[in-house]
Ligand binder design. Structure first.
Ligand code: URA
Ligand code: SF4
Length: 186
């Protein structure tokens, strides 16, 4: 475990712990406030993220930004990262060996950022962080507390692009997160 986010980012540069290193353009480490109380964890970079090296800058990210604006969450105040730091080819889900190989980096990020609340975006984040027994359709919208961190599972914003009816749930879940932050006085 490294002691600063900067050291960790430096260490990940050039990582070849899994096969995603062969096809990536850029590593997408994470972005935002390194002392954030609120953290978001997605799945893995898509094409736009792979090109720019920044998480959630493509279509799904723009939709997430719109929800942030509507609810009054400042993107600069939060921290955003993914389960895997390199793009899975053709945007397939990360495979288990890839998620496992990359997980130490995310653990180290969470340890350093010390968020009070983590929003898990979609099934891949949910299952890798809270366990395979969870499924997003039944877990979303319900708080799970683990080792002093409050987790809120919700739909991945890319799922909202495929199915409009999910938008309201995503919106409600983020509103619940905002309310919780306010009630915790942070
Ligand atoms: N989808 C993700 O899961 N993460 C990103 O960074 C972009 C799209
Ligand atoms: Fe390393 Fe993670 Fe990229 Fe795999 S996905 S090469 S473990 S940084």
């Amino acid at each position: 475990m490294l002691d600063t986010i900067e050291e960790l980012e430096e260490k990940i540069k050039g990582c070849n712990k899994c096969k995603l290193c062969k096809t990536r353009t850029n590593i997408v480490f994470g972005t935002g406030n390194k002392n954030a109380d609120l953290m978001f964890i997605g799945e893995g970079p898509g094409q736009d993220e792979d090109i720019q090296g920044i998480p959630f800058v493509g279509k799904a990210g723009k939709l997430m930004n719109m929800a942030f604006e509507g609810i009054g969450i400042n993107r600069e105040d939060v921290y955003i990262a993914n389960i895997v730091k390199c793009r899975p080819p053709l945007n397939r889900n990360p495979e288990n060996d890839e998620a496992v190989a990359c997980m130490d980096y995310l653990r180290n990020q969470v340890m350093l950022i010390k968020p009070k609340i983590i929003v898990l975006l979609g099934n891949v984040a949910l299952k890798n962080i809270l366990g395979n027994e969870f499924a997003i359709t039944t877990a979303r919208g319900k708080w799970v507390e683990k080792k002093g961190i409050l987790y809120m599972p919700t739909f991945h914003p890319a799922a909202l692009l495929r199915d409009d009816t999910k938008k309201i749930y995503f919106w409600n879940d983020l509103q619940e997160v905002k309310n919780k932050l306010e009630s915790l006085n942070i």
